[in-house]
Design a protein around this ligand. Structure first.
Ligand SMILES: Nc1ncnc2c1ncn2[C@@H]1O[C@H](COP(=O)(O)OP(=O)(O)OP(=O)(O)O)[C@@H](O)[C@H]1O
Length: 226
């Protein structure tokens, strides 16, 4: 999947993408990084076709029906249990889907009978990731999946997403955290000033910035933008 020379201006005239090009790797988890407001979520909106995606700039991306998109803050019914929420999503996906409670993915078993509204913020996010991971799609988009999670929950969230990729699914996520994306199973795309300024593995990112710490590398990269 590739984006080539993509230009886009916001309604107020600000140029959000300026000849942006990006290469996504199928057998790695692709992670969009960059300062707040730089356009990471909006790029997921284009990839998912929530925003109209110009075919000439977006090459090799699956069609809408083959994409699952986890937006920030998905509104499930607070009174429905996790098991019922899962069954409902699976039934919408395919009315022939029949799931018994013992078919639930591991992550959902412990909270199966808890009402969605009674889960903690972190549990809600993990449940959403688990439910989305069960949909049978070619490409999965996650917008800040670790946001608001404690370090243990965050590492679980990333482990689920990593598993999905290991099972052969294409994944693109946005993130502001580095503790779980520190090996070469990840493809980093650092966005700034309308372009992707670095596109490669964490090892290459560290090497390019002359440091052994990803946060330092990020700060050095961000500092270059001034
Ligand atoms: N529909 C819209 N109309 C006007 N401006 C918009 C619209 N959608 C997004 N923007 C602006 O586009 C810019 C990029 O927003 P986006 O949410 O993509 O950034 P981001 O990199 O994901 O930020 P963060 O890291 O804070 O989540 C922001 O300045 C935002 O205000």
């Amino acid at each position: 999947m590739e984006i080539t020379n993509f230009n886009y201006a916001l309604p107020d005239g600000r140029q959000l993408y300026d000849n942006l090009s990006a290469t996504f790797v199928d057998d790695k988890v692709n992670v969009l990084l960059g300062p707040n407001g730089v356009g990471k979520t909006t790029l997921l909106d284009f990839i998912s076709t929530v925003n109209l995606r110009p075919d000439e700039n977006f090459l090799g991306f699956p069609a809408f029906k083959q994409i699952a998109y986890q937006l920030q803050g998905v509104p499930f019914i607070p009174e429905a249990t996790v098991a019922d929420t899962f069954k409902m999503v699976m039934a919408i996906e395919n009315p022939k889907n029949q799931f018994a409670i013992d078919n639930l993915p591991d992550g959902l078993v412990k909270v199966a009978n808890t009402k969605f509204g009674q889960l903690s913020g972190g549990q809600k996010r993990l449940v959403i990731i688990d439910i989305i991971s069960q949909l049978n799609r070619e490409l999965y988009l996650f917008d800040e999946p670790e946001s608001g999670l404690d370090p243990q929950m965050a590492s679980q969230a990333i482990a689920r997403i990593h598993d999905l990729n290991q099972k052969g699914k294409k994944v693109i996520m946005t993130s502001h955290q580095f503790q779980n994306i520190n090996n070469d199973d990840y493809n980093l795309l650092f966005m700034a000033e309308g372009k992707i300024r670095f596109n490669g593995t964490p090892t290459d990112f560290l090497h390019a910035k002359g440091t052994d710490n990803l946060v330092d590398a990020y700060i050095k990269q961000a500092g270059m933008m001034g």
